[in-house]
Structures are given as structure tokens and as C-alpha cells.
Design a protein. Structure first.
Length: 86
């Protein structure tokens, strides 16, 4: 997630900044945002749709143990800290 944030991508923006969010995820897989943009363009030129990619990203997030645990702790009012105190 930190890498996405460093690229200016927030997972909560997926519905508002769809292309940027998709490009960020693809960049994680292919190494950089420029290559990611080219891959997404090729996908669209070959008949692919952005909503296909968006659906896959949302599914991956929904099925992620990390995001499920994060969602559960936020609903309980417990936001986990990044450091443990002894």
C-alpha cells in the first residue's frame, strides 16, 4: 500500500480516479507507471474494458485477509497502530 501511496494512489479513490488507481496496481506488477499505462491502453485497444480490471481489483481487495482484518477493526473502533508498544 505504501508504494501505491507514494505514486499518489489511494484505494478509496478507485471509484473516482479509476484509471489512476488501475495504473497504480498494474505498475506494481509491471514495474513502472509508464509501462502500466501502455499495457492498459493495449488492453482497451484489444477490446478490453476498464470495468473488467476494476472488478478484479475490487475482488482482490475484498478477498484480502489484510483488508478484511482492517475493515473489521475499523468497524469495532480499533484502528491498529503501526508500532507495537511493550
Amino acid at each position: 500500500m505504501c508504494v501505491l501511496e507514494d505514486m499518489g494512489i489511494s484505494l478509496s479513490d478507485i471509484n473516482h480516479r479509476t484509471f489512476n488507481t488501475i495504473r497504480g496496481f498494474v505498475a506494481l506488477a509491471v514495474g513502472d507507471a509508464e509501462t502500466a499505462g501502455k499495457e492498459i491502453d493495449a488492453h482497451i485497444k484489444n477490446g478490453g474494458k476498464l470495468n473488467e480490471i476494476t472488478k478484479e481489483i475490487k475482488t482482490a481487495i475484498a478477498e484480502s485477509d489484510f483488508f478484511q482484518a482492517l475493515g473489521a477493526s475499523q468497524t469495532e473502533g480499533n484502528v491498529p497502530s503501526q508500532t507495537e508498544e511493550n
